[in-house]
Design a protein. Structure first.
Length: 202
């Protein structure tokens, strides 16, 4: 599972910096590197999200740099720890907005993304949101959300359960907000498909 996440995140970074590399051909820069600012929880209750995404980004940056970089410029991965707090995410984003050589922001979790995107949108900076909130992509035309939304995810899961002829469901989940958000949509789609949630354990 971790290998899949690494590879997915690596591919996403490669595509992102390649696109930026093509655009930056037309721009003069005093910096020799392409900066990728990753704002993610490396500590705190949802650090497991940030850690896995960081490993993928770091792997991609290493592979790109080993092959000569983008248009001769190396990728510089800058990682900032939000500790899972959206307020920290905004503070960290503002730290880099005045840098003319910044490239693209990667932000982890829905709450942090929804807090940061209005700021980066105003500055015209592209942001990749590692988040599942369905409203993320409505916030800006400068946003890429590679994850499926909570709604799509739970629609697919309940479709699978119903296709097996199962009617009674027991759900064991984590206690953070992401899982709570998922359950809102699980309840919605389970009801539509005639599923009975008999147990929900946290």
């Amino acid at each position: 599972m971790r290998k899949i996440i690494y590879n997915f995140t690596s591919c996403l970074l490669i595509v992102g910096v390649m696109l930026f590399g093509l655009l930056s051909c037309k721009q003069k820069s005093t910096d020799t590197s392409l900066k990728i600012v990753a704002i993610m929880p490396m500590t705190g209750p949802v650090a497991y999200f940030g850690e896995q995404e960081y490993w993928g980004l770091a792997l991609a940056a290493d592979e790109i740099n080993a092959s000569g970089g983008i248009n001769g410029r190396k990728v510089e991965l800058i990682v900032e720890d939000t500790q899972g707090d959206p307020k920290n995410a905004v503070t960290l984003a503002n730290k880099y907005l005045s840098n003319p050589d910044r490239t693209i922001f990667f932000v982890t979790t829905s709450k942090a993304s929804k807090a940061v995107i209005p700021v980066t949108d105003k500055a015209g900076i592209d942001t990749v949101a590692f988040a599942s909130d369905p409203d993320i992509t409505k916030l800006s035309n400068h946003v890429i959300r590679p994850y499926m939304s909570f709604a799509t995810e739970q629609d697919v899961i309940t479709d699978f359960i119903a296709s097996k002829g199962w009617k009674r469901v027991a759900f064991i989940r984590g206690d953070d907000q992401a899982f709570a958000n998922e359950m809102v949509y699980f309840h919605e789609f389970a009801k539509k498909k005639g599923l009975d949630l008999i147990v929900e354990e946290i």
